[in-house]
Write a protein that binds this ligand. Structure first.
Ligand SMILES: NC(=O)c1ccc[n+]([C@@H]2O[C@H](COP(=O)([O-])OP(=O)(O)OC[C@H]3O[C@@H](n4cnc5c(N)ncnc54)[C@H](OP(=O)(O)O)[C@@H]3O)[C@@H](O)[C@H]2O)c1
Length: 268
């Protein structure tokens, strides 16, 4: 892989620019994770509520790779005791630390200040290296760090050419908060979009590769989920082509705040 395959978080640590999502990766989680690591993936995303943590941990051990070569992301829920949930996640994973622990989504009221304080404690005790959020708006991120003096290292949000936000991109750029794109392949619902296909054909690449490369060129880290070995390999083959500026603009222009999970993505 290319040397430009990591981004620097504001904490100074590096995060791989592409990783493997594991929501519903339940058929043979350990086998799929082991396979992905053998192909060259170095980041795995999971969560306390995916049911994939035991298999992810097992796949990491089976890979034989040193722990510090793998970047492990997991999450606590909005109604968790975040400190206890962090410990529970690590027990399920059978790992000593997570590289990144996220608040999965903001609670119904407030911005999760209590959860954030608990994650700061978990970090101080070495259970996690970095902490961040998921599904947060700009306002919610501001509130978190106005209250604690600590801004999230990263915001994991739904992000594709069909649903993204210039305002979020600019805010995160200014604040050095990395955006991590979930459902970056639209859960395979828009891969046959005519414009996307046409642009992809111009590069002799698949629509999935264009979606991922679009993220990469915006400085956004993507975590496509793939069980299939061919899909996993295809989603890593992103470093030997570049989308031209005019085609980036065409892809940017597909934005309709579309979500493959619900009605519309919400960033503000
Ligand atoms: N923080 C959050 O709230 C949140 C929410 C949603 C997702 N996530 C994270 O983001 C990850 C990715 O999102 P996602 O799982 O929702 O959807 P996704 O990555 O957009 O799409 C996954 C689907 O695309 C297929 N696929 C993968 N590579 C492909 C390729 N090259 N060509 C054609 N189809 C391909 C997969 O099939 P196969 O599996 O059969 O290969 C699977 O059906 C999740 O797994 C999870 O880790 C986080």
């Amino acid at each position: 892989m290319d040397t430009r395959t990591t981004l620097r978080l504001h904490t100074g640590r590096e995060i791989p620019i592409i990783g493997l999502g594991t929501w519903q990766l339940t058929r043979d989680t350990a086998g799929a994770v082991e396979q992905a690591l053998a192909l060259g993936y170095r980041m795995i995303d999971t969560s306390g509520d995916y049911g994939t943590q035991p298999g992810v941990g097992e796949g990491i051990r089976r890979s034989g790779l040193p722990r510090d070569e793998i970047y492990l992301v997991t999450k606590v829920e909005e109604d968790d005791d975040a400190y206890e949930a962090t410990r529970r996640n690590l027990e399920e994973l059978r790992l000593d630390y997570a590289d990144l622990m996220l608040i999965h989504r903001p609670p119904p009221r407030g911005a999760g200040e209590g959860l954030w304080a608990a994650l700061l404690r978990a970090r101080a005790e070495g259970l996690v290296r970095d902490i961040g959020v998921s599904n947060y708006t700009i306002e919610q991120m501001k509130r978190l760090y106005d209250g604690s003096g600590e801004r999230p290292a990263l915001n994991q949000i739904e992000w594709t050419p069909f649903g993204w936000s210039r305002e979020m991109l600019d805010f995160c750029g200014t604040e050095q908060i990395v955006i991590q794109a979930y459902s970056p392949l639209t859960r395979a619902t828009r891969l046959d979009d005519a414009t996307l296909r046409q642009v992809a054909e111009g590069y002799d690449r698949t629509p999935a590769q264009l979606l991922l490369r679009w993220n990469l060129q915006h400085g956004v880290v993507a975590i496509p989920k793939a069980n299939d070995r061919q899909h996993q390999a295809e989603n890593l083959a992103l470093f030997d082509f570049e989308i031209a500026d005019d085609d980036m603009a065409v892809l940017d222009g597909l934005n309709e705040l579309a979500s493959s999970l619900g009605d519309r993505v919400q960033y503000a």
